[in-house]
Design a protein. Structure first.
Length: 254
């Protein structure tokens, strides 16, 4: 039965990706085989759908080979907005195999009245702004970006990650907490008050799952260093699961 279906490969790891799998299988499952791919960067990731693969592809050539071997007809990149490498690889692999590709990228958060945002271009710029804004810092930038802050030896950091890393945190003064969203504003406010946080450093990820820290910071009048998103590779981009389904439907009914 699956042989006569078109094949969709979803590069996932976000809440939007999970919803896309469920909606695609629910609305287009009679015509579409859905393969959900996870990088495997977190332990016990949330899986979805009837087919889930975990692990990297081995660069552009590996992903292109997978697309050919599995007869992938459509590719949707629904990875994290800061997962630049896999997004670049998916763009190049789709071009090499002439595979229709779409990026599902949730909209970034928009500043509201009362926000004390300090937008910066990258992590290095974020590090430079920290000493003038706070000394007890809630750091929500992902495990791979912690090394940037290792030179700030006079600051204390509260670091939240999905999983505890195998190695000690590369920070002179820090405490680690783990958790997987969604996090609501009330809980984040209590967390900030308990640890006497006076500065939040985060990425412009967007979405509802981690927006609570942004709302809590505004409620408490805390400054937020907001790292802007990197520019995405070229290609069609949508901001919602519904729009991604419409893109798929157009491809299935040219």
């Amino acid at each position: 039965m699956t042989a006569c279906k078109a094949t969709l490969l979803i590069l996932g790891g976000t809440g939007e990706a999970l919803r896309l799998v469920r909606v695609a299988e629910g609305e287009l499952g009679d015509r579409l085989r859905v393969i959900y791919s996870l990088a495997g960067s977190t332990r016990n990731p949330a899986k979805a759908g009837s087919e889930t693969r975990v692990g990297g592809f081995g660069g552009v050539e590996g992903l292109a080979g997978y697309i050919r071997d599995y007869g992938v007809d459509f590719l949707i990149d629904a990875t994290h907005p800061f997962s630049t490498q896999i997004s670049k690889h998916s763009c190049l692999a789709a071009a090499a195999t002439n595979t229709p590709r779409c990026v599902l990228a949730r909209a970034p958060w928009q500043a509201q009245a009362g926000n004390r945002w300090h937008e910066v271009a990258d992590m290095a710029a974020a590090v430079a702004r920290v000493p003038g804004l706070g000394g007890r810092v809630f750091l929500s930038v992902g495990a791979r970006s912690l090394d940037f802050f290792s030179g700030l030896r006079d600051c204390w950091f509260l670091v939240r990650l999905v999983d505890a890393p195998d190695d000690p945190l590369p920070l002179a003064q820090a405490e680690l907490i783990t958790g997987r969203g969604p996090f609501d504003a009330a809980g984040e406010r209590q967390l900030f008050e308990r640890y006497e946080i006076d500065l939040v450093v985060t990425r412009a990820s967007g979405g509802d799952a981690t927006k609570g820290k942004i709302d809590a910071a505004r409620d408490l009048g805390l400054p937020v260093i907001m790292v802007r998103r990197p520019a995405p590779p070229p290609g069609e981009t949508v901001e919602s699961v519904a729009a991604a389904i419409e893109w798929l439907a157009r491809g299935l009914n040219p």
